[in-house]
Write a protein of this length. Sequence first.
Length: 144
Amino acid sequence: MSISQELERLHQLYTSGGLSAAEYDQAKAKVISSSKPSSQQQQLAELEHAWLHERERYAIGTRHGRTLPTGQYTALVIGLCIVVIGGLYYLQTQDQLGDASISMQIFLLTALLPSAMGLRVYIKHRSYKRAEEDYRQRRRQLGG
């Protein structure tokens, strides 16, 4: 039975004459005091609350909202694939255009920028995993 249901039941007993005013006050105080969390429960609740807010620091914005970084190596592999494809594209355009400066600019835009973004996601994921492990360790220490 929830606290509100218990208090409602006590109130009905009081209004129907089943409890005196003193008995009602005593029973109500007992129900309210029993619902207070212990120190350990309070610390666990505070830890959970802090972790929920800390997790937001590691979230990555996408077109569908914010999400936590997924696989640690996914971003790096994608970034490296883009560098390889960009490198091949650079070689192909250099042969066709004969102008290395334009080819280099295209390579920088198509390969290095996404690779840098992939590296950023990788670093963010590693930081998230460290923070998550710290959170889990603190939770174990509190006995949760």
